[in-house]
Design a protein around this ligand. Structure first.
Ligand SMILES: Nc1nc2c(ncn2[C@@H]2O[C@H](COP(=O)(O)OP(=O)(O)OP(=O)(O)O)[C@@H](O)[C@H]2O)c(=O)[nH]1
Length: 320
């Protein structure tokens, strides 16, 4: 955790509450798998493997975790369950650290030389994209930034309306055009508006149609190219939003978007309503893309910057 990213008691409570179902539903299996065991043997390793695979961590990542444990602890060595729990905590945190270098900037701040800092948000409909943009807008604003949103999902009227509602809620302007207009043109207008008004954070919503990969790729490429006419190094972040409650489906969506555009960070939403929170570990590891945000509820403050250590500790009941 960066020096400035003090993890407050409130944030910890939101995290613990949001991850409760994952913890109860699935990670409690872990407690059962290791309860009463006193050494690392084949049986316990098989049990652990099953627990992680059924927790939506994914097969490949599960095997990596098991391998790490095997390397750390000599076979048949005496280990009590709390030691094993701490070991898992450490190894999973280390695994996440391979892809999640946390920023040294305080949460919801952006580099001062990005004028403005541009975040392009991608993801299929229904995953919580608009909600995530609204939450981001609110928290960036609260952190002292001047924010503007761009409604470049011009394909559906509801998308523009919803973004408007969230813009109002967050108290930030939304740049939009009429339904069916060119998304790249909306993105261009949004960046121009940010420059004219001195906004330093721009968040662009995009359409999430996956039925046609080439169409999606072309649209996102066009938006990028047009934005670069206003801000040459835009977008600074391409944030893919995934619905954590869809488990393995989220892996598939990530695969498709990564093939269509250069995604450089992930937001995993709806972790509060699901026992499938293990996807955060698996997706981060499989795609080697950092998880930047996690969604823990429908409220405007229920989005957190992902801090790996706190996340793992919350899942394993502070055993680290
Ligand atoms: N429980 C919970 N619900 C969430 C979270 N994020 C989003 N939602 C809900 O998920 C639903 C879909 O969210 P939207 O933001 O409308 O999804 P979208 O991807 O923008 O979808 P479209 O607007 O249809 O493109 C809404 O009912 C949100 O309240 C979360 O972290 N937790």
């Amino acid at each position: 955790m960066g020096f400035f990213n003090f993890f407050s008691k409130e944030k910890k409570e939101t995290l613990d509450k949001g991850l409760e179902r994952t913890k109860q539903g699935v990670f409690s299996k872990l407690a059962r798998a290791i309860a009463g065991k006193s050494k690392i043997d084949d049986e316990i390793l098989d049990n652990l493997e099953e627990v992680f695979i059924t927790s939506d961590v994914g097969v490949e990542t599960t095997l990596k975790i098991i391998e790490r444990i095997e390397k750390r602890v000599a076979r048949d060595k005496y280990v009590n369950s709390s030691e094993l729990n701490s070991l898992l905590c450490e190894e999973i945190t280390d695994l996440l650290a391979e892809n999640n270098n946390e920023s040294s900037l305080p949460d919801f701040t952006v580099p001062a030389d990005h004028q403005p800092h541009v975040i392009m948000v991608v993801g299929v409909n229904g995953v919580g994209k608009t909600t995530t943009i609204g939450k981001l807008a609110s928290q960036f604003k609260k952190a002292g930034n001047k924010v503007v949103l761009g409604a470049a999902d011009t394909f559906r009227a509801a998308a523009i309306e919803q973004l408007d509602v969230w813009g109002e809620r967050a108290g930030v302007p939304v740049i939009k055009q009429k339904l069916g207009s060119d998304p790249a043109s909306v993105a261009y207008d949004t960046l121009q508006s940010a420059k004219a008004t001195g906004a330093n954070v721009v968040i662009i919503d995009t359409a999430g149609r996956l039925h046609n990969k080439k169409g999606l790729m072309d649209e996102l490429t066009k938006i990028r190219n047009v934005m670069q006419k206003v801000v040459p190094d835009a977008p600074h972040e391409v944030l893919l939003v995934l619905d954590g409650s869809t488990g393995q489906n989220a892996f598939e969506q990530a695969r498709q978007f990564v093939a269509a555009t250069s995604v450089n960070e992930l937001a995993i939403t709806k972790l509060d309503g699901t026992a499938k929170g293990g996807v955060v570990i698996g997706i981060s590891d499989q795609f080697r893309i950092p998880v930047k945000y996690i969604g823990l509820g429908e409220g405007i403050d229920d989005l957190q910057v992902f801090h790996k250590k706190e996340f793992v500790e919350s899942l394993f009941g502070n055993a680290g």
